[in-house]
Write a protein that binds this ligand. Structure first.
Ligand code: FES
Length: 96
């Protein structure tokens, strides 16, 4: 199973392919905001994917539109509730 490493803490957790990053992080006890409960409406689950970005599912229109409305996004930005885990390891940076 691929792994997800949190750059801030150095913690690495197992990440099931096909699950969204928010659910993987929450299941591992990681504190991350998710105010709209994974509807791509609030942007509070914004994270940076610093390694392995290409293994994730492609951002769909609702995610891109939400990211366009957030201050401080970069080319590494994703909404954790919308990005689905791929088959390879990734590293993410939490913002809150
Ligand atoms: S939880 Fe609101 S956009 Fe992800």
């Amino acid at each position: 199973m691929p792994s997800l490493t949190i750059k801030n803490s150095g913690k690495t957790i197992e990440a099931e392919t096909g699950k969204n990053l928010l659910s993987i992080l929450l299941a591992a006890g990681v504190s991350i905001l998710h105010k709209c409960e994974a509807k791509a409406e609030c942007g509070s689950c914004h994270i940076f994917v610093t390694e392995g970005r290409k293994t994730l599912s492609k951002a769909q229109r609702p995610e891109n539109e939400r990211l366009d409305s957030i201050v401080g996004v970069s080319s590494n930005s994703r909404l954790a509730c919308q990005a689905l885990m791929g088959a390879e390891n990734i590293t993410v940076e939490l913002l809150a």
